[in-house]
Every structure is written in C-alpha cells, then in structure tokens.
Design a protein around this ligand. Structure first.
Ligand code: ATP
Ligand code: MG
Length: 330
C-alpha cells in the first residue's frame, strides 16, 4: 500500500516563512511520494482565544496557500478538521489513553501555560496532544511532516498507539514524524533564539508581506558579532538562520550555501538572501491571490471533506469496536 502522509497547520494567525519552509514547500514532493491528507487544524486553533471572523479568514488563507504551494487536489486530499466529525469523536475515546503527567510535561503546554493565569488555561490547550493523536491516527498515517517543534507531539501520539495496541491488538497504525533536513526550525529575524511563530509574530516574514517589506525585514535582521558568513547556530544564530533560509529557498544544502558566501560581507549576503526569498514568495503570492479571488479553495475543501470522512470513519469504527462500544448497525 502507498505510504500515507498527513500534515496540518492551525489557522491561528498569518502564515510565515517558517511554515513555508517547514511544511508548505515540501508538499509537492510528498504528494508524489504517497497518499497525502493535508488539513487545516481549525479545532486546534480554538485552544487559545481567537476572534471568529479572524479564524474563518485564516482558514481560507491556509487552504489557499496550500494550493498556491502546489497541492494538487487530484493527488492529495485537503480538508478542514472541523468538517470531519470523527476528529471530535475519536478525541472522546483517546482522552482516556493519555495521562495528566505526560501531558503536563509537553514543551508547548509548558511554554504557553507559563504565560497565562491558571484560571484562564482551557482544557483544550492541555489536551492538545490528544486531539492531535486522533488527527494522525484517523488516517493511518505512516509519515507526519512537521517542524521540529511538533516532534514531541508526534512522539506522544506514538506512545498512545503503543498503549492502545498493547491493550486491544494491532488496531492503530504507528506514525512517524519527518522533519525537513534543511529548515526544521526557522528562527525569528529579530531574535534568532526563538522560533518564527504565528502566535509570536515579532521577527516573522509573513507570506502575505509586501515584497518591499520582506526585503526590509531581511536587511535589518539581527546578525552576530564578527564578519564571517558561517553556519554556527550556537555562536552565530542570526547568520546561521539566514543561511538556512537561503539554502531552503534554493533547495541546496547548508554546506553549499556556506561555500557560496565565503568572503561575503553581511550586507551583501543579506541582499542575496532577500533576493532568494522574494524569488520564491512573489509567484506564491500571485497564485494565492488568484485562488482567493476565485474561491478555488471551496470545492477542494468540500470534496476533500467527503474523501477524508470515508477514511476517518472507518478508523473510528474499528476503534469503537476495539474498546467495546456496541455497533447497532452491525
Ligand atoms: P502557533 O504560534 O499558533 O503555534 P506556528 O507558527 O507554530 O503557530 P503551527 O500551526 O503550530 O504554526 O504549525 C504548523 C506547521 O509549521 C508545523 O508542522 C510546525 O512544526 C511548522 N512550523 C511552525 N513554525 C516553524 C518554524 N519556525 N520553522 C519550521 N517549521 C515550523
Ligand atoms: Mg505551533
């Protein structure tokens, strides 16, 4: 059977270059390699407060950027998480197979909750990995392409699969995270010690940014002491991040990028990084604009939901059966 590949982005804010490098640019390869399920994790976006209209717009944006990045509906199934009810239903079962201790040790939860008052931390942000395990397992995913920050959540999904299968037999498929060789964690341009994030947008390059703004942001990116363009994430996090961005845009290795910029001064180096980013993002923006204006995402999402439901409902049924929920239609 063809490899099943599943990945999602949550519509929490404007897509940035980290999302593009970590996930979007890899879609074309994945859809030629296996059977892809690509979704918009809108239920996950509810785990932190978000304005309903903003959520709707962000969802349209992500669907449109998936298509602009080359997602081919003939080859891949694109859908909204909320349009496949099995996600919520499997969550009701799976929440009993992950434990408070392990959930409270998740880095994402610790980061987010440390900035909030206990009284305002919703159950959803704590139980985030439960919903995500369901997302993965419902489609029998073998491979889950993610940025490095999400590998811990894929690991806990694997723990759940182990636990479940040990108890009920081999019901669930074991998934595996796959991070990109180049660009598994793109850092903020204004603080290269934190990752580029939708929810912490300082120093992000947004995919919707005006081309001139992108150039300006790269030219004023924080760099490091010294003057050598060298890949050394520990001592030169700013320059290293720009090298990774360049390598990802040109689809070359970091060593190749490093070799190109020997003897370059920071300013000239940054100019070439900006050119490389713009060369990729400008046509992406044009395709995105056309897709949004013509609402091309709508039919793809409608048809995708039908295809996704078929697969997800089948897994849900086998999970229900395994745990002993009575099937009255059998
Ligand atoms: P949020 O701040 O709301 O969590 P985010 O920018 O982290 O937003 P997600 O929707 O959580 O985006 O993640 C979508 C995908 O993009 C995931 O696979 C994630 O690992 C990847 N990703 C996110 N940020 C980066 C980054 N800086 N570099 C590489 N990949 C990233
Ligand atoms: Mg994130």
């Amino acid at each position: 059977m063809a490899e099943r590949i599943l990945t999602g982005i949550k519509p929490t804010g404007n897509l940035h270059l980290g999302n593009y490098i970590g996930v979007l640019r890899r879609l074309k390869n994945f859809q030629n390699r296996g059977e892809c399920f690509i979704f918009i994790a809108d239920l996950h976006a509810l785990t932190l407060p978000i304005d309903p209209e903003v959520l709707r717009q962000n969802s349209i944006d992500i669907a449109s950027f998936y298509l602009a990045a080359g997602l081919d509906p003939e080859k891949a199934t694109m859908f909204l998480q909320s349009s496949v009810s099995a996600h919520g239903e499997i969550n009701a079962v799976f929440q009993n197979y992950l434990y408070m201790g392990e959930l409270s040790r998740m880095t994402q939860f610790k980061d987010i909750s440390s900035k909030m008052k206990d009284s305002s931390i919703g159950l959803g942000i704590f139980a985030y990995p439960v919903l995500m395990a369901g997302d993965i397992v419902l489609y029998d995913a073998d491979i889950v392409p993610v940025g490095e920050d999400q590998t811990q959540h894929v690991e806990i999904a694997r723990d759940l699969v182990n636990r479940f299968n040990n108890r009920y037999g081999k019901v669930l498929k074991m998934p595996k995270a796959e991070v990109s060789k180049v660009g598994k964690r793109i850092m903020s341009l204004s603080d290269p010690t934190v990752k580029m994030s939708k929810s912490n947008p300082k120093g992000d390059i947004f995919l919707k940014d005006d081309i001139n703004v992108i150039r300006k942001k790269i030219m004023s990116a924080v760099t490091d002491l010294g003057c050598e363009v060298k890949y050394d994430p520990e001592n030169k996090p700013g320059i290293s991040n720009l090298l990774v961005i360049y390598a990802a845009m040109k689809d070359i290795s970091i060593e190749e990028a490093e070799a190109k910029f020997v003897n370059y001064r920071y300013g000239d180096f940054k100019k070439e990084v900006a050119d490389a980013v713009i060369e990729v993002i400008e046509p992406l923006q044009q395709r995105y604009k056309e897709i949004v204006e013509n609402k091309l995402y709508l039919k793809v999402l409608q048809e995708g939901a039908i295809k996704a439901r078929k697969v997800a409902d089948k897994t849900l049924k086998s999970v229900h059966k395994a745990v002993g929920l009575l099937d009255i239609n059998e």
